[in-house]
Design a protein around this ligand. Structure first.
Ligand code: 15L
Length: 273
């Protein structure tokens, strides 16, 4: 898989830039793309093409000859339905069609927001029910199901990374459970790229955080274990909470509280779930 070029969508985003640096250093040949220009100096083994995920012809052309597509492009936060649907649904379809044509593996930047309405008291395995916390999370659940479909029907391998919070450092109490260090992210994506076989896999994208809400997944297939932990930030962040009961109740945090209009369910309510 690794001798063929690797296509990275969303290359100009925060995670795309980290991946570009790390994967180029691993010696992979990178084809980078984004709707906005690439802001950094290009590594020698990388090229960049500005393109819109909604342009299917462009995506097919970019994927030609690639063995892996790292799909990190699209809308990455909660937005109105009409804003999300083009990049995250139609664009995703273009990526999967390109992968089918090239026989490439897809590594998909999914998100904890696909399961965000699970309560923080729950510990989830990767085969838990989708409980998206907005249109963005819904598009990520759709993306994971797209992977399910393309594996079952066409044998397109895909790894769905249910990323928690990938930032330089955790910034609040919630991220003591959800943080994924940049270094752990880069090692994870590298392992996904070079692994012998993946099938359709789902992996929690979080560092080794003792406050985690997430348990079993398919990381054994790719041979990855996180090396970092948010625990070292606990002293400064444990009390850093929002004060919003919806935000603090659910795993998706503030995304759950955005435009929330349900009468808050009481835990005693048999239909609360
Ligand atoms: C995500 O999916 C977002 O892309 C990121 O900006 C954070 O909000 C993260 O989830 C999170 O849940 O912390």
């Amino acid at each position: 898989m690794t001798t063929k070029p690797v296509l990275l969508t969303g290359a100009s985003g925060a995670l795309g830039r980290q991946l570009t640096r790390a994967l180029a250093a691993e010696g992979l040949t990178l084809r980078l793309t984004d709707i906005v220009p690439f802001p950094d100096a290009l590594p020698t083994n990388a090229s960049f093409t500005q393109a819109d995920l909604e342009d299917g012809v462009a995506i097919l052309g970019l994927a030609e000859g690639c063995g892996t597509i790292l799909h990190f492009g699209g809308v990455s936060v909660e937005k109105p339905f009409e804003t999300v649907i083009g990049p995250n649904i139609r664009g995703l379809y273009h990526v999967y069609e390109a992968a089918r044509r090239e026989g490439a593996r897809v590594i998909f930047a999914s998100s904890n927001h696909s399961i965000g309405f699970h309560e923080r008291e729950e510990t989830l395995d990767a085969d838990c029910q989708f409980r998206p916390d907005g249109f963005y999370g819904l598009s990520k659940a759709y993306g994971e199901l797209m992977g399910r479909l393309y594996w079952d029907k066409h044998g397109v391998e895909n790894v769905n990374l249910r990323i928690g919070s990938s930032f330089p450092e955790p910034i609040d109490a919630r991220m003591l459970a959800t943080w994924l260090s940049y270094a752990d992210l880069c090692r994870l994506v590298h392992r996904c790229t070079v692994a012998e076989a993946t099938g359709h896999a789902v992996i929690w994208g979080a560092s080794d955080n003792s406050r985690t809400w997430w348990r079993k997944d398919h990381r054994g297939r790719i041979g990855w274990a996180p090396a970092d932990t948010a625990d070292v930030f606990a002293g400064q962040l444990a009390g850093k909470v929002s004060g919003n009961p919806v935000t603090e109740r659910y795993q998706g945090g503030g995304f759950c509280a955005m435009a929330y209009s349900r009468k808050a369910p009481s835990p005693a309510d048999p239909l609360a779930d």
